[in-house]
Design a protein around this ligand. Structure first.
Ligand code: IMP
Ligand code: MG
Length: 422
């Protein structure tokens, strides 16, 4: 399967966790390269639900090497909690999970600042997951962050943390927020540091050894293209490069080592948090929520929903170099009479076939739709491409073509077996 980057082609929550889990069967190494525990990947195996935030979902298969790369921001305390849940479910971590020593840490003041900045923004809030992601990447870019390297050196960490708490408490004070206790944070982070020490390593060297062995690598993207700090709907984005390039900088694997980019997209569109969503539609949102679908894995928030937006996914093909698409949640449209697909945006007299950069322009854009007949047949039991209704096949082929890449996978439910290779 060679070295594959998997990215979200929309606004996140495309069902990447499940597709990763399926593709992992043929991979040797699975790597997270950006984001933090703002991500939530849900995987169902034999009826057991696993929600992963930081640990690559490859961990759910035996004998895979799973890496949390340098580009990820790690909250060590919540990583330990996640590892403990997995351990209790019988997942083996030792010798399978490795965490980059140069990954930056998320600390409690990042979370507190994240929350305070959102309050300050009022109605212009981003709708973040409040996991401290933006402030942690902010510290990284400002060269004032703490890394896992620091955490596993007890004395160094103590000194650095003391300074950071002092600095951040004065900022929190200016916000009118409560100061944080050095002692409490130090204790819990030190304990997490001791727990994590055996897993923390130079993952760049580890990955290059694996490359030399000829191992196949799978880069597990988190969030989606339009949440990318450079290419997304700024400022309504997350603080990392969620697009394909982030996989290289976030791991230390060079671009020419990559063989394939897979884009995951839903058969419709969703978004959690604020910011423009041109094909947003209340009817489809009500329908999906009524089916018990589209509630966030990390925050439980109901996701905003809309019709499939081919302008956005075509743009995603451009910035990620997507070769193949995996279309998920096909069964979500099973009962729809007439399915709409957004093929252009209109702003007054101007028409766009790409996503305009100016958030004010994008917010004004109206979708231009084409219509497809619904198939009105349950698809969740389909095993092969030929099992799908003709109208479903036509719809899937059409949205892949409009998005500018090949259709490789269709997913008709959360289970591993509900995956159709086209
Ligand atoms: P942050 O990453 O918590 O700073 O949130 C910034 C924006 O990205 C918000 O709109 C979040 O809802 C969104 N976001 C962050 N992580 C995810 C994810 O894993 N899935 C979907 N949306 C996300
Ligand atoms: Mg998610």
């Amino acid at each position: 399967m060679a070295n594959t980057i998997l990215v979200g082609a929309q606004w996140g929550d495309e069902g990447k966790g499940k597709i990763i889990d399926v593709l992992t069967e043929k991979a040797d190494v699975v790597i997270r390269t950006q984001g933090g525990n703002n991500a939530g990947h849900t995987v169902f195996i034999k009826g057991q639900k696993y929600v992963l935030h930081l640990v690559p979902s490859g961990i759910l298969r035996k004998n895979k090497t799973c890496v949390i790369g340098n580009g990820v921001v790690v909250d060590p305390v919540s990583l330990v909690e996640e590892m403990e849940v997995l351990r209790r479910l019988g997942v083996k971590l030792e010798g399978h999970l490795f965490v980059s020593e140069t990954a930056h840490m998320v600390l409690p003041y990042h979370r507190e600042l994240d929350a305070q900045r959102e309050v300050l923004k009022g109605k212009n809030k981003i709708g973040t997951t409040k996991r401290g992601i933006g402030p942690a990447y902010g510290d990284k870019a400002a060269r004032t962050g703490l890394r896992l390297l620091d955490l596993i050196h007890a004395e160094r960490f103590k000194k650095q943390l003391e300074l950071k708490i002092k600095e951040n408490n004065s900022i929190l004070k200016a916000f009118g927020a409560k100061p944080l206790s050095f002692k409490k944070i130090h204790e819990s982070y030190r304990a997490a540091g001791d727990y994590l020490r055996p897993f923390v390593t130079n993952t760049v060297v580890l990955l290059h050894k694996a490359l030399r062995r000829g191992d196949d690598m799978l880069f597990e993207g988190a969030q989606g293209t339009f949440l990318d700090i450079d290419h997304g709907t700024y400022p309504y984005v997350t603080s990392s490069n969620t697009t394909a390039g982030g996989a290289c900088t976030g791991s230390g694997i060079a671009p020419h080592r990559i063989d394939r980019v897979v884009g995951v997209m839903k058969a419709y569109t969703t978004r959690v948090g604020e910011g423009p969503l041109p094909s947003e539609n209340m009817e489809i949102a009500d329908m999906l929520h009524g089916m018990g679908r589209e509630f966030g894995a990390t925050t439980g928030r109901p996701r905003r929903c809309g019709w499939f937006d081919a302008v956005a996914t075509r743009h995603a093909t451009m910035v990620n170099g997507i070769d193949d698409f995996a279309v998920t949640n096909v069964d979500g449209l099973d009962s729809v009479e007439v399915i709409k697909v957004c093929v252009a945006y209109r702003d007054g007299a101007k028409t766009y076939d790409y996503v305009p950069s100016d958030i004010e322009v994008l917010s004004r854009c109206q979708p231009v739709y084409v219509e497809f007949p619904g198939w009105k047949i349950p698809t969740h039991e389909a095993k092969k491409w030929k099992d799908l209704p003709v109208k479903t096949r036509q719809y899937l082929k059409a949205i892949a073509e409009l998005s500018g890449a090949n259709l490789a996978i269709a997913s008709v439910g959360p289970g591993r077996e509900q995956t159709i290779f086209v």
